[in-house]
Design a protein around this ligand. Structure first.
Ligand code: PEP
Ligand code: MN
Length: 443
């Protein structure tokens, strides 16, 4: 059997119950004929960037929605998210003086693992929402029925999103001389916006100085942005895996970077088996129950050559546990000689339900988990390689705390996420300033 299909005989967690498997095969055949969304050479370039992260020379900023939606694939939504990502990245680059590898949780993040397969409301039980790639958000039997046609819609929504991202980042919008413009609609309304404005002023002066000195580097005019999502639906990922004509090796061309979630990282499961055989840089989420032995076994399976940049561990322990649970992992992985990139997801270990029923996160817990992550790496002399966050470019009220002091009673005002609560633009920018500060004091 083709190695790319060896996963098919293994248990695959979190796959939808498609009503008609034959229909899924038909859709997979169509997907397999569609053009790649990303190129193998771009994936290789990201692998070299992540190798620099593993060596301690760069920092990852990965973020976007918990769940992208088809209706969110608009110019405004994508631009607002990009703008926030660019602002965060400028804060980190300038205030922490570190190269930032920018990876959007964008252009493909359409499928969600769920803790319960069903949702009950007022005595009515329906299949849980699993992302726009599987079923609809609305609580009706029609919407919630898994529909394989959505795999094709996901491909097209990813394509238009990536097209916009490429246009924005290559076509002048991401030019560093635009640092003020990204903040235009934000500056007067928020403390984070005003703080950013001061930093942008400093950058302007630095640019003017460099210009006067005759330097105008190409890097200032465009941004290298990569796409990523959780590789959850294996039929989709397999259909988008292609053999690179240069090297003869397989790449999953649905995104530059793919990760395995906390719920699908079983060592003998289908996800690990599939990801073993693709050449993209990949990640694995590590939750609070992960043992050092689990981490080492994942390295043996997914990065047997110990190739820097191939494997990133995305740690999501929770603020209360990161300081105790992370050190043995980092210690033993480092002692094994593996060179993984460590990045911190301070979102998924800190979710709780407010009395009103909204799923939320406290901004202070998010910050505290990042601080704990930095503490652990500082103590061990290893590199805190980045952050992975859920945010949106809009002023939603989904996480509590932060500059505008959103309280639990405010959550209803603008709670728009299709899945987990995201940081809004001000909270995301605040986080970037604080992470830059932690980075500076760790080095
Ligand atoms: C997610 O990233 O949205 C997610 C479900 O994370 P995890 O696999 O860490 O629970
Ligand atoms: Mn999430």
């Amino acid at each position: 059997m083709d190695l790319l299909d060896s996963w098919r005989t293994l248990p695959a967690a979190q796959q939808p119950e498609w009503p008609d498997p034959a229909q899924v095969h038909g859709v997979a055949d169509q997907l397999a004929k569609l053009p790649p969304l990303v190129f193998a050479g771009e994936c290789d370039q990201l692998r070299t960037r992540l190798a620099a992260v593993a060596r301690g020379e760069a920092f990852v900023l990965q973020g976007g929605d918990c769940a992208e939606t088809f209706s969110g694939a608009t110019a405004d939504d994508v631009r607002n998210k990009l703008k926030t990502l660019l602002q965060m990245s400028v804060v980190l680059t300038y205030a922490a003086s570190v190269p930032v590898v920018k990876i959007g949780r964008m252009a493909g993040q359409f499928a969600k693992p769920r803790s319960k397969p069903f949702e009950v409301r007022d005595g009515v039980e329906l299949p849980a929402y699993r992302g726009d790639m599987v079923n609809g958000f609305g609580f009706t039997a029609e919407e919630r029925a898994p529909d394989p046609g959505r795999l094709l819609r996901a491909y097209h929504a990813a394509a238009v999103t990536l097209n916009l991202c490429r246009a924005f980042t290559q076509g002048g919008y991401a030019d560093l001389r635009q640092v003020h413009a990204w903040n235009h609609d934000f500056v007067s309304t928020s403390p984070a916006g005003r703080r950013y404005e001061r930093l942008a002023g400093e950058i302007d002066r630095a640019l003017a100085f460099m210009n006067a000195a005759g330097a105008d580097p190409e890097e200032f005019h465009r941004v290298e942005l990569y796409s990523s999502h959780e590789a959850l639906l294996l039929d989709y990922e397999r259909a988008l895996t292609r053999i690179d004509s240069r090297s003869g090796l397989p790449y999953d061309v649905s995104a530059h970077f793919l990760w395995i979630g906390e719920r699908t990282r079983q060592l003998d499961g289908a996800h690990v088996e599939f990801m073993r055989h693709i050449r993209n840089p990949i990640g694995v989420k590590l939750g609070p129950t992960t043992t050092a032995e689990d981490a080492l076994a994942l390295i043996d399976k997914l990065d047997p050559q110990r190739e820097p940049g191939r494997l990133t561990f995305v740690v999501r322990m929770g603020a209360g546990r990161v300081r105790d649970n992370l050190p043995p992992l980092v210690e033993k992985v480092t002692a094994s000689g593996a060179q993984v990139a460590w990045i911190c997801d301070p979102m998924h270990g800190n979710t709780f339900e407010a009395p009103s029923g909204y799923k939320t996160r406290r901004f202070d817990d998010v910050l505290d988990e990042v601080a704990g992550f930095f503490d652990v790496h500082r103590a061990l002399g290893t590199h805190p390689g980045g952050v992975h966050i859920e945010f949106t470019g809009d002023d939603v009220t989904e996480c509590v705390g932060g500059g505008h002091e959103i309280v639990e009673d405010d959550l209803h005002q603008r709670y728009e996420t299709a899945c987990d609560p995201r940081l809004n633009r001000g909270q995301a920018l605040d986080l970037a300033f604080m992470v830059a500060e932690m980075y500076r004091t760790t080095k």
